[in-house]
Write a protein that binds this ligand. Sequence first.
Ligand code: M6P
Ligand code: ZN
Length: 191
Amino acid sequence: MPLIAPFVTEVDFSTGVMSAPGYVLQRRLSDMAAMYADEAAASRILAGEGDRLIYEVQGVELPVEEGQIPHCTTRITPGQVGGEYHMTKGHYHARREQGEVYFGLSGRGYLVMQTESGETDVREMVAGSAAYVPPYWAHRTVNAGNGDFVFFSVWEARAGHDYGTIERDGFRKLVVMRDGQPAVVDNPKYD
Ligand code: M6P
Ligand code: ZN
């Protein structure tokens, strides 16, 4: 394994901005319109208001090899698409036996998880929440607040992102706005 020099990154808790990110990734509505339960609502927003930013990820770049520990911030913007709160795409790890840790930096949201054998688990996250995503759980984060929801993530380099399974099947649970409050409901498109 090549020797990497230690380094420190300054993180702005309210924006997720890193002092010298190795990569910055933005996901807009057009990148994930089909992931919202109400695809027609997504199309209406794209045609009317345009391609809004849903979330931004800033992370350190590390080699994909055993023992490396990538970490990043994610900032999810506030808003809804057809009543469903802004969210990440969500993924399983390509290596299912790898877990992950999330730490809430600002705002509030939900961590939606499920396994391939049918278990679901939805946890609230606020600034200061340290959430553990154990091996085998797909994970998606949702912004249920009025401002940005920002959190920090740490995982093992070889975990990898498997988006295909979630793109095809979605999550069993959705977080939607009901009477102005977040509610966890069954996904009508899930079968
Ligand atoms: C978290 C981590 C990252 C992930 C990001 C956005 O910060 O799990 O690995 O990339 O969320 O989520 P997604 O990759 O599902 O779009
Ligand atoms: Zn992950």
